[in-house]
Ligand binder design. Sequence first.
Ligand SMILES: C[S@@+](CC[C@H](N)C(=O)[O-])C[C@H]1O[C@@H](n2cnc3c(N)ncnc32)[C@H](O)[C@@H]1O
Length: 282
Amino acid sequence: MASMVTGGDTAALDSLLEKVYRDTGYDFREYKRGTVTRRLERRLRATGAKTYLDYIEFLDAHPEEYHKLADDLIIKVSGFFRSPYTFRQVARLVLPELASFKRSGGERRLKFWSTACARGEESYSIAILLAEFLGNRRQDFDISIYATDISRQALQEAQAGVYPPRDVEGLTSTVLENYFTRYDKGYGVNSNIRQMVSLSYFDLTSTIRQPFVNLDCIFCCNILIYLQSQLQERVLSMLYDSLATPGYLILGEVETPTNSLREKLECLDTKARIYKKNVRLT
Ligand SMILES: C[S@@+](CC[C@H](N)C(=O)[O-])C[C@H]1O[C@@H](n2cnc3c(N)ncnc32)[C@H](O)[C@@H]1O
């Protein structure tokens, strides 16, 4: 019965999240409390702890529990072309404008960032979208898709790039034939797609400077919803600073942009939440 485990008060929860941050580097202190407490309840129940203070003691005695805790707190649900509408609108509203801007300036470099790439589905979807859009003009561009996440396990799976059949069942047979290879274990992303994607660890809550600059397009989908509004502001401000001019920010159908972002960026699509940075504001 969920109500049996109450976890304890806010101060004890603060201490627990502080401890997790200190001992593991995972910073859930400014994640939305509702999601965090729901997920923590599961760990409390699994470990027999009645309160957050009991659970703190359990962590001290069983450090291996940190992995299970992080695994429960980090929500990794994703998918190829997870919001098909968003990807369609990126192909319609962003890519033609971006490609023609680059061509007119004689530039070859195209830089994308998938900020919470999970097991790589989003970043490989971006690469496939670009391959489809550019066709045989792909060689005209030097494409980098930086793909980062906080989950090292997810990043390892993204690096392997092989997905069970159920993960690719929404893809068309043409996409599967052109960009994947069938193995015993599942479907592997082909090297011509993988070579566009560079995977690395980056924590969006980090207060260090942005890891990439002059980006043409940033995807930040299905992650801000887990963060409290102040942290959302900080992340979005960092993403804004990372964008080139023009530059495009894709939040997808689920996120809600903050007011300050709405003031700074032009909205190209309210449903897919596609924004454009037009002029450099100081
Ligand atoms: C629900 S998934 C969304 C994945 C993908 N962007 C999508 O839209 O399908 C959330 C991802 O955010 C990652 N994540 C959570 N907190 C993070 C943080 N502070 N920095 C970077 N990634 C984070 C998780 O590991 C997970 O892979």
